[in-house]
Design a protein around this ligand. Structure first.
Ligand code: PLP
Length: 355
């Protein structure tokens, strides 16, 4: 998907910071007419992401959340969606507090329990939303099994692949129809841009997603696409380092006397370790853990030296987050506890520093 510059032979994809493109005549133009619809750098990013995920279509969006909303535009009032009980707080908020008011209905289930997924289908079910590993508990969903259940019920399956990137997991290979990314995270990798993408198995769905972005204006800027493309060049190296660092940190935490639980799919003690090994080539830099009580967890969050206390993840620098007040602050206390997001839970995005 990389577009090499044919005019001056620049080895990188040039940025076209233009809102519009002049026409050669009323009958012909370059293929680009207006940047809300498309832009050469955005197209390069879309083709790169489609190639990496093994998809036929891709649309880049302004943020990960606009990618999620873009995918949800396929569904209409009355449609029912099955989603994981443990998922990114912003996606939960969009589903539960916004789309529900507009006529969609949702059932949240623990997707590591296949019988629970199977019994959540209704005649109105149109989609199954997968997020694996999940945010913030790092549960691992058996993608092939859930995608097969969706197919049996003629429902679309979608997988948020933000925590791993296509370098570590390619959900389309396991049968899902659509993959989503917050490219803000590992794809871009340097905490300097927000963006998103939807990759589709079939080209028609890809075109439908393009139309949605064109109609709603949820397009990324040329510069943001260029940053994401630049991030992709080092994706492999970063993911290898994030993964090896996170495993060491997880093992260290597991041996710590104040830590009561460590959630990292790369640990042999993780309940979904076998599924993780079967669908992920490594385990990425995300982990969470429970420590002592709420006061101790808050004290740890506020007293790290290398890790910065910040939202987000997937950048080269290590971040520590407190899901109760940060990524999952939009849930009520009851909604959090029901899902296992306890007030002594901390989340780490392990960077690429020396472990
Ligand atoms: N999906 C997951 C798993 C996330 O962690 C996030 C953000 O943290 C998003 C989607 C939303 O992405 P963005 O913040 O780029 O809108």
């Amino acid at each position: 998907g990389e577009h090499k510059d044919q005019q001056y032979n620049s080895v990188t994809t040039p940025i076209y910071p233009t809102s519009t493109f002049y026409w050669n005549s009323l009958e012909s133009h370059s293929g680009y007419d207006y940047t809300r619809s498309s832009n050469p750098g955005r197209k390069a990013l879309e083709e790169s992401l489609a190639a990496l995920e093994g998809g036929a279509g891709c649309v880049a969006t302004s943020t990960g959340m606009s990618a999620v909303h873009c995918a949800m535009a396929l569904f209409s009032p009355g449609d029912h969606i099955i989603a994981p009980s443990d998922l990114y707080g912003g996606t939960f908020r969009l589903f539960e507090r916004f789309l529900k008011e507009r006529g969609l209905s949702f059932t949240f289930v623990d997707m590591t329990q296949l019988p629970a997924v199977a019994s959540a289908f209704t005649p109105q079910t149109r989609a199954v939303w997968i997020e694996t590993p999940s945010n913030p508990l790092l549960k691992v969903v058996d993608i092939a099994a859930v995608a097969a259940l969706a197919r049996e019920h003629k429902a679309v399956s979608l997988c948020d692949n933000t925590f791993l990137s296509p370098y570590l997991q390619r959900p389309l290979d396991f049968g899902v129809d659509m993959v989503l990314h917050s490219t803000t995270k590992y794809i871009s990798g340097h905490s300097d841009v927000v963006g998103g993408a939807v990759v589709t198995r079939n080209p028609e769905l890809g075109l439908a997603m393009h139309e949605w972005v064109k109609n709603t204006g949820a397009a990324p800027s040329p510069f943001d696409c260029w940053l994401a493309l630049r991030g992709l060049k080092t994706l492999a190296l970063r993911m290898e380092r994030h993964s090896s660092n996170a495993l060491k940190v997880a093992q260290w935490l597991e041996s710590h006397h104040d830590v009561t639980a460590v959630n990292y799919p790369g640990l042999a003690s993780h309940p979904d370790h076998a599924v993780a090994r079967s669908q992920m080539s490594d385990f990425s830099g995300m982990l969470s853990f429970q420590i002592g009580d709420t006061a101790l967890a808050k004290a740890v969050a506020m007293n790290t030296r290398i890790f910065m206390l910040a939202e987000s993840l997937g950048g080269v620098e290590s971040l520590i987050g407190y899901p109760t007040l940060m990524s999952h602050g939009c849930m009520s206390e009851e909604e959090r506890v029901e899902r296992g997001v306890h007030p002594n839970l901390l989340r780490l995005s392990v960077g690429i520093e020396d472990a």
